[in-house]
Every structure is written in structure tokens, then in C-alpha cells.
Ligand binder design. Sequence first.
Ligand code: PMV
Length: 393
Amino acid sequence: MSTDKRTITVRAPVNIAVIKYWGKRDEKLIIPLNDSISGTLDMEQLCATTSVAISPSFKCNQMWLNGEEVDMTANERLFRCIQEVKTMVGTSQWPADHHLQIASRNNFPTAAGLASSAAGYACLMYALCRLFGVDDAERISTLARLGSGSACRSVYGGFVQWVAGTDHQSSIARQILDEEAWPSMRVLVLVVSDHRKDTSSSSGMKSSVETSDLMKKRVQDIVPQRITQMLTAIKERNFHDFAEITMRDSNQFHAICQDTYPPIHYMNDVSWSVVSLVHYFNKLYGCNKVAYTFDAGPNACLYVLENVVPELLALITAIYGKSESKLEVQGIEYKKHPELNDSLQKYAVVNACPGALKYVISTKLGTGPQVLSTSFDANCLIEESGGIKNNDV
Ligand code: PMV
């Protein structure tokens, strides 16, 4: 392979866990204490985009995240991920006098509990590996795991299981179903806050492992059963069971946060009002029509089947819309919201919380990462002469 200036631009998706990863057995290698399962979201609405360029004319390694330069040596995991690729490809492909420039950006709030690190690391490792001709998904996923555990799941589309394993080789993600296999599955992300979270997932889970008694029960007894049940629900497209397991697992994850000492608090009053709304809606229909799940932040992710979305959005708008029942919905559009029935109408009036949501992202399941370009074209975030493009500042 030529050692001249080379570049690649890729995009990678966010994933939202329905069985949560929370706790490591190995901090350095990021081996989790339990298996987890997630859905990969469509990149049209939520993705990280990363350009990587390598050249002997670049003076040093540099990286920009959302237009801001970051100190690559200060971030141990980032540094390690890059070193791993360097070792893997060797000096014939990555000579000592060649430097990297990396520019990455998200089209959604960074570190707001929207799995930005998962998309970011999946994107970076996919870009770096593909730049050097490595396209083995399992290898890329394993490298992405070293940056941010959940990133290993973002290397695949559809529903994905991260098998905890016990060491670097056995801790791997694999696809359960591709993005087309349950075509009516939709996801609504209710953005409660786009501020950075107070407790990072890394320090939060470390603290839970050290102090939570519930954690042991979860890891030993509960998750193994739930994984089996969830795999069956997904393979049989059984939404009712899928939803119950998803909600129970989210609740247990946040119970563990509360059982951590000192306790960790990710959900807020608006998050809890979404929990009540979903249970009310499901009870009214006598079966689960919607499932909520919350990561390390207050935003709600709702898994829901397509035919339920218009009514659900009408209810969400009636409760959380600002003036004149308006609520911005980005992404997949639906036909005009139907009139709410009397019960839902009453619920919306009693529980009105105008302005509590910033906006809603309407999306569905999507594919794993994609290459957008392999030249310094309009997709590339880096100038051919080095540095980020002005429009990325
Ligand atoms: O991969 P991390 O370190 O960002 O941890 C992710 C933890 C959760 O989002 C809360 C759960 C999960 O499985 O994604």
C-alpha cells in the first residue's frame, strides 16, 4: 500500500441498550460483568461522522471533536485504541514519520446520555481500520470496545448482543437480527436535557461495582435469565415481552444507581413522568404498546411499533408541547396526529408539563457503520493540507 497522504470518512450509529451493560470485570480491557443487548439506530437521525487522514506532511497527531481540538495524549483510552491499530498494521503501513489527523462530530448532543461515546469510538475504529484495509467486523468491534464498552455493539446493525466473555478474545458483540428483520420497530428519543451528564458512565459503573449489593444479584441471577428471554422475544418479534423486559431492565439499572453509595442520579422528574405515561398507555390497551429505557442521563428512549406512533406522539405533544401543543419532532414523519380518546385527553390535561421536552427524535433501527468517502472531497472534515475545514468549527 502507498504511504502517501490518505484519508477516509465514515459514519457510525448510536445504539440503545434494552439489557444494560453496567459494570466491568476488567477495567483496562473493558470486559463487562454481564451480557447486554441493544438496538442500533438509523444514522439518518443519529450518527457520529469521522474523517481520518494520515500523511508524512502532518507535523503531529491532532484530533478535533465537534470542532474543538482535544488533547489526544490526555485521553488514555483514545491513546490506547490508536496504539492498538498502529501495532496491528505495523510500520510498513504506518511509518514512524506519518501523523494522523482526526476530525469527528456528532449530529446530536454529546455526552447527554445519548450513547455518543459508543457512536464516536465505533466510528473512529471503523475509520482507522478501513483506512488500513482491515474490514473484519469482529476485529473492529473488539478494538472499539477498548474505547467505550458499548461501542462494540455499534459496529453492527439491527439488534446486537455483546457477549460478556472473560477475556479480550471472548468478549465480543454479534448481531441477533438485522435492521430489516423487525421492520415495524420504531424508536422515539425524548430529549429532556442536552446538558452534559454529571457522573460519567465509567466512574458511575465503577462505583456501583464497588458499593451496590443489588449489583451482585443482577449479574449472577437476573441478567442471564433476561438475556435468554430477550433473545426469544426478539427472534419471535414478541413486542409485549420485549417491552416488559426492556422496562424492567432499565428500572433495575437505575435502582442499582440508587443502591450505589453515594447514590447516582441520572433520571429526573420529567424522566419519571415519561415512565408513568408509558405505563398508563399500556394499561389502557391491556398490553404493552410502548417500552421506555433510560441510559446514563434523563432522556427517554421509547421502543414502539410503527402503528402506535401517531397516537403516542399526539399524547406526548399534548403533555409536553410548549404553547399551542407544539413539540418539535425531528426525523421520520407520521401522518397528522389523531384526536386523543377521552381517557388520554384527560390524562394529558392532568399531567400537562409544557416545555419539559426540548424536542423528539423520531427514528428506527439501522445498519452498522458506512464509508462515506476515501478522498478529501466534500464529505471529508479535514483539509488536504491538514487541519479541520472551516465549516466544521
Ligand atoms: O460504554 P459506556 O461506558 O458509555 O457505558 C454505557 C452504559 C449504558 O449506556 C448505561 C448502558 C449500555 O449498555 O449502553
